[in-house]
Design a binder for this molecule. Sequence first.
Ligand code: ADP
Ligand code: MG
Length: 209
Amino acid sequence: MGCTASDVIAALRAAAVVMAEHRDELVNLDRAIGDADHGENMRRGFTALLSKLDSSPPETPGAALKLLATTLISTVGGAAGPLYGTAFLRAATAVGDLAELDGAAVAKALHAALDGVVARGKAEVGDKTMVDALVPAVSAAEAAGGEVDAVLKAAADAAASGAESTVPLVARKGRASYLGERSAGHLDPGARSTSLLLRSFADSARVAR
Ligand code: ADP
Ligand code: MG
């Protein structure tokens, strides 16, 4: 069974709860190597989405992803807003006006999201950014195949390891790069939020099945 607009909307609502629950954790990660706003940025963006979902419910999965993208771009400052905004905008474009997403469409959307982040932020694996979570997530999603829940579980598992892999790294992109060697020894907040989002999406897909 594929993933309909209402499944995607439910998944985005659940992700908003996860972002609120992890606000302080992400703030603290960003306090260590940035400016302590990542958790609040993500919470604000996803909370803004909730009221938009109420006032104008999207009718396709792509429209829901696009609404998330435009909301993040307009309400989240900093690096992460435009990066996640671009990611979800590319994902929306990748799924087009499909009424239902299967596993292959989700994998394609993830790949498009990664391409958007890289086009915008120019980060590579090892630069200690969300790209360190997204690259393995996309590879695992594409290798997994199968239904949406299997694809997203593979992506979430790989993103979790990818995020952990940022701990010893020295940041080469974004605000954390200003710290140079002192950025080593800390988990990258954006890689952590990517991992949290993919885990939340995977959990929603498993429940919807
Ligand atoms: P800011 O750094 O402007 O305060 P946030 O704190 O919301 O914005 O987001 C920081 C996160 O953004 C970092 O942890 C990192 O994962 C991600 N990031 C920063 N610059 C880039 C980039 N060029 N490419 C990919 N991700 C990036
Ligand atoms: Mg910050």
